[in-house]
Design a protein around this ligand. Sequence first.
Ligand code: GAP
Length: 423
Amino acid sequence: MDKIVALCKRRGFIFPGSEIYGGLAGTWDYGPLGVLLKRNIKEEWWKSMVGFRDDVVGIDAAIMMNPVTWQKSGHVDAFTDPLVECKTCHQRFRADKEDEIKAHEKTHKGKTQWTPPKKFNLLVKAYLGIVEGKQSEIYLRGEITQGAFVNFENVVSSTRVKIPFGIAQIGKAFRNEITPGNFTYRSREFEQMELEFFIKPDDKEGDKWFEYWKVRRMDWYISLGMDAKNLRFRKHEESERAHYAKYAEDIEYNAPFGWSEFEGIHHRGDWDLSRHSLSYVDENGEKFTPWTIEASGGVDRSALFFLLNAYAEDNGRVFLKLHPKLAPYKTAVFPLLANKPELVNKAKGIYDSLKPHFMTAWDARGNIGKRYFAQDEAGTPFCITVDFQTMEDDTVTVRDRDSAKQERIKIDKLKDYILSKIS
Ligand code: GAP
């Protein structure tokens, strides 16, 4: 974990939020490489959930919503974690996180006294309005989900969707987490990628779609390179289920800090639509309240686990074996020597010709070994070097990140060669 945190800072994946002012707990800023990784994750998710399907449409709802939304959805009353406070040092913890409680007790040599658990609401408040004293209190959305429910009727009436169908969305959510931690894993501002899939209120349909989305979502992570043996499903006990969930299973990753949830498949039944007094009329004129099967993934947690999954060391060489679809840069182009104008010009020409097709980096600093080292840590799958042979036969070396092997490719075949490897 320490190695990944250091690499993320060193290479520009992830920085602590507002670091020059001492940071802000539970916030993180994505740097030049991190933003590309995140965009690629979101792009792949969107393609698989919306682009390739004809039964799912996307929306992008507002972060600030009428606060009645959160009363109806049950979040004002029930979106809580049990909070306990150490009577000695007044630090606050989640009572249900046994390992964190135990770790704190050790710091007081087992003599910690705790306050009784009280319910702590996770919704983040904000104030809207321009007249002092007359501002209205609102909540920043605690899950992006409610935007899909409040737009249910708008989507049905403005598109051709018919049940079963889904509404997909990606966006920021905010939670006043009691103990943010484990790098980006538990943040106070984070991004979710969610599908709300509406079905007939019928047990068989519920089971069928729940199973369908479970498998689809697990397969998606594996198709992008996550090692299946580090993934598992975990059923929620009744006591840990969110207030809206009839039934829930998590997808967990075997992280350095233990098996950890990064996507939840939830059977929300008719909880939300009925709380918002929304219903659906089918083609036979039958009116009912659909059930919702939800697949709710975290973009930040996925990014963290894709990074952890990709981290590799080989004889002192560190590289990120990110799936090419997720890698921030697909290629990097170098002149073998930066002080030979003919090599630099030739390499620049290749760089300019590849750039419109996929993210291509340029590097002419230091020696070639250092450049490979930097691109390995950035997870760039292919490095292209222009050398003296290039000037004779129009070939370049293409070095594979994972094997570190090189082959010579004709310049006019380069674009198609790289495209065939990254798509
Ligand atoms: N709409 C359902 C929902 O929000 P959740 O299990 O509370 O369900 C879904 O959250 C996903 O959002 C989680 O699996 C996780 O990936 C991400 N997530 C939740 N809280 C988070 C936090 N504090 N920091 C980072 N990601 C978080």
